[in-house]
Design a binder for this molecule. Structure first.
Ligand code: UDX
Ligand code: UDX
Length: 424
């Protein structure tokens, strides 16, 4: 098939690359010329395992990028993968979705006789595809839904593992009111094994939100149990290992720690809360998931201060700045509230992350950024471990560089005894 992917970010670029790698002819449209040039030069603008190899195989053959929408003319399907960042009130900002829908419709309006499918892959509140994307496309194209089909096809990609997740899906959800459009969308995945689930459009939108909200709930639940276990002197990892052996629960996403970050969980749970409230429903549980997550990283600072005494003028090493290992993405990273709290208490922060240092420096310039864990630990009065980078789990003698070995783990990775965990 001929595919246009609008938005070459974490989701759009990986989706486009994988579709090209399975034989489709794909054009990425992105408003950022720098990103477009990087992709056309086979240089991934983001780090994703396996992505560089795919770009080397496909760019110049059946994958290209452009800032223009012209490729929609010859495409069978256009995928909208633009960002849906949270607004002030937590609701999803859909301005980029509207802009993409209008731009796609404008090009479709200039073509004749070709049935075209518009598919939304971005995470959008239930009702967006039918009530926003469809009207915007039909209006700007001056066509009817006899000529254009609409589908919602959510993504379930973890950052750092997005290529793997795309090529090995647990399920492929295709939401549409039109069987014709759904059948065309299904052909996107002809080269990928995965159970296909056909649903209504709004159900597909809700499956995405609910999946992320449930995963986030598992994490906040584990953190609340972890906070209780810590007081009782019980190792929450022993507890969750036993709990996770129940096949109805599964062992995944039960790791207690400093909480969840990233561009999805916080944003999607907030959007669901905002949507519920707009319909007059008080989402008590979802609000609690966010409350636990807001408080959790601050426990790191509380535990630290109990051990070091007042943090004013103390040097504290923060290891791990991105929202998790194997990514440079700091969106909603749990390290951000931790660094804020340390700076507010007058501590001197020395920070290190194998990938995210430069990204964080742009947000927090008045922090000392180090080029290694050892540099950050040198003469430190305390250390906070915030992500599960494998290199952190190997740290041992480096801790002897510290003035005092107060080591608090926000992720369970160290093998040394002197460490204390946020929930263990
Ligand atoms: C986004 C949403 O954030 C996520 O919730 C959804 O599941 C998938 O799409 P992501 O790929 O991380 O995820 O977004 P981002 O990394 O912000 O990339 C969006 C891309 O779209 C950027 O490259 C941006 O330049 C581009 N864009 C944005 C356009 O091409 N046109 C626009 O009008 C707006
Ligand atoms: C998540 C979902 O997993 C993915 O399906 C969806 O499409 C996008 O959002 P992502 O945000 O990239 O993916 O990362 P993920 O690996 O899920 O971790 C999210 C956050 O939860 C991280 O901050 C991680 O440290 C934290 N986490 C994860 C826990 O605290 N405990 C766990 O057990 C698992």
């Amino acid at each position: 098939m001929r595919i246009t992917v609008v938005g070459g970010g974490y989701v759009g670029l990986v989706s486009a690359a994988c579709f090209a790698d399975t034989g489709h002819f794909v054009t990425i449209v992105d408003t950022d010329p720098v990103k477009v040039d990087m992709i056309n030069s086979k240089k991934p603008p983001i780090y994703e395992k396996g992505l560089l190899d795919i770009l080397k195989r496909t760019v110049g053959k059946n994958l290209s990028a452009s800032t223009e929408y012209e490729s929609v003319t010859d495409s069978d399907i256009s995928l909208i993968c633009v960002g849906t960042p949270p607004g002030e009130d937590g609701s999803a900002n859909l301005e980029y979705i509207r802009a993409a829908a209008s731009s796609i419709g404008t090009i479709i309006g200039k073509t004749t006789g070709r049935y075209h499918v518009v598919a939304v892959k971005s995470t959008v509140p239930p009702g967006t595809t039918e009530n926003i994307v469809k009207p915007y496309v039909l209006k700007s194209s001056k066509k009817t839904d006899d000529d254009i089909g609409f589908v919602m096809n959510p993504e379930f990609l973890r950052e750092g593992l997005a290529v793997y997740d795309f090529m090995n899906p647990d399920r492929i959800v295709i939401g549409s009111k039109s069987r014709k459009a759904a059948d065309i969308a299904e052909k996107l995945y002809s080269g990928i094994k995965g159970e296909i689930l056909h649903t209504e459009t709004t159900a597909a939108e809700m499956i995405k939100y609910t999946s992320n909200a449930f995963l986030a709930t598992k994490i906040s639940f584990s953190n609340e149990i972890g906070n209780i276990c810590k007081i009782l002197g019980i190792d929450v990892y022993d507890v969750m290992k036993g709990v996770g052996m129940d096949h109805r629960i599964s062992p995944f996403f039960l790791n207690a720690g400093a909480g969840f970050g990233g561009s999805c969980f916080p944003k999607d749970v907030s959007a669901l809360v905002s949507l519920a409230k707009s319909k007059g429903i008080n989402p008590v549980l979802l609000n609690s998931v966010l409350d636990v997550n807001e408080n959790q990283p601050l426990k790191m600072v509380e535990i630290l201060e109990k051990r070091t005494g007042p943090l004013k003028n103390k040097k504290i090493a923060v290891l791990g700045l991105a929202f998790k290992d194997n990514t440079d993405d700091i969106r909603d990273s749990r390290s951000i509230p931790v660094i804020c709290a340390l700076l507010k208490k007058g501590a001197q922060v020395s920070a290190y992350d194998p990938m995210a240092t430069n990204t964080m420096r742009k947000v927090y310039p008045d922090v000392e950024y180090c080029s290694s864990s050892s540099d950050a630990l040198c003469d430190a009065d305390g250390c906070l471990i915030m992500t599960e980078w494998p290199e952190f789990s190997e740290l041992n003698d480096e801790f002897n560089l510290m003035k005092s070995k107060v080591i608090i783990e926000g992720r369970r990775i160290l093998s040394i005894n002197e460490r204390e965990g946020i929930c263990w």
